[in-house]
Ligand binder design. Structure first.
Ligand SMILES: Nc1ncnc2c1ncn2[C@@H]1O[C@H](COP(=O)(O)OP(=O)(O)OP(=O)(O)O)[C@@H](O)[C@H]1O
Length: 206
C-alpha cells in the first residue's frame, strides 16, 4: 500500500497553506507532519487521507502491486482519529462497537469485552460515551482507529488529553500497527519520535 502525492497545494481564500508537496508514502513506515500551530498539518493530513481535496495536484492510493485505488473507494482504506473527528457521544460503548462494525471500521468479531480489554478498561459499565472523561474519549477514538484493519492510519495529535499511563498504552498499541502506513500530525516531541520520517510543512510554503 502506498500513497503518492504529486504537486499537492492548498489555498484557503487568498492564503497558500502549502505548495508543491511531493512524496511517496509506504506501508511499514510512519510519517510525522510537523510545524507550528496553524501551519497546515491537519489540512495536509486530511488531503493525504483523501478526506478533502487539494487546490492543485493529486493524491493517489496504490496497492503493493501498483494498481490504483479509485477515489470513490479510498475512504475504505483509512482509519482516522483526530480532535475534529467525533464519535457519536449518545452511544454506549457497545452501541459504538456495533455501529463501527456495520461500517466495517472495526473487526466484526470484536466483542465489548475484547474492546474493554484492549482499552484496559474495567468491564461492564453501560455509560454513554459523552459521560467518559475527555482523556477516556480520546482513548476510545484511538482504540477504534488502532483496532481497525484499514491499512492507512491517520492520527492528529493522538496523545492530547492522555495521561502518562495512557500515553504508554498508545505507544504499545501503535507499535502493534507498524505494518500499516502511519501519519501523525503533531507538535509533540513524544509523538514525532514515534515516526522515522518527518515532513515539515514550513518547507512547503513557497
Ligand atoms: N476550512 C478552512 N477554511 C479557511 N481556513 C482554514 C480552513 N481550515 C484550516 N484553515 C486555515 O489553514 C491554516 C492551517 O490550519 P491547520 O488546522 O491545518 O493547521 P495545523 O498546523 O494543524 O494547526 P494546529 O497545530 O493548531 O492544529 C490555518 O491558518 C487555518 O486557520
Amino acid at each position: 500500500m502506498k500513497i503518492i502525492a504529486t504537486g499537492v497545494e492548498k489555498k484557503f481564500r487568498k492564503e497558500w497553506i502549502f505548495k508543491n508537496v511531493h512524496g511517496t508514502f509506504s506501508a511499514g513506515h510512519a510519517y510525522a507532519l510537523v510545524g507550528p500551530n496553524g501551519t497546515g498539518k491537519s489540512t495536509l493530513l486530511k488531503i493525504l487521507a483523501q478526506f478533502s481535496l487539494p487546490t492543485h495536484g493529486q493524491v493517489e492510493f496504490v496497492h503493493a502491486d501498483g494498481t490504483a485505488i479509485s477515489i470513490h473507494e479510498a475512504h475504505q482504506y483509512v482509519a482516522y482519529a483526530a480532535p475534529y473527528v467525533d464519535v457519536i457521544e449518545e452511544f454506549t460503548l457497545s452501541e459504538l462497537i456495533e455501529f463501527l462494525q456495520k461500517l466495517g471500521f472495526i473487526p466484526a468479531d470484536l466483542t465489548l469485552l475484547g474492546f474493554e480489554k484492549y482499552m484496559e478498561l474495567s468491564p461492564g459499565k453501560a455509560k454513554l460515551i459523552k459521560n467518559y472523561s475527555s482523556g477516556m474519549r480520546q482513548k476510545i477514538k484511538l482504540a477504534c482507529a488502532l483496532l481497525s484493519p484499514r491499512p492507512i492510519l491517520c492520527l492528529d495529535e493522538p496523545t492530547s488529553n492522555l495521561d502518562e499511563k495512557a500515553k504508554q498504552w498508545f505507544i504499545a498499541k501503535l507499535n502493534e500497527n507498524r505494518a500499516k502506513l502511519i501519519f501523525i500530525a503533531s507538535n509533540e516531541a513524544l509523538e514525532i519520535a514515534l515516526c522515522e520520517h518527518q515532513i515539515a510543512i514550513t518547507d512547503y510554503k513557497n
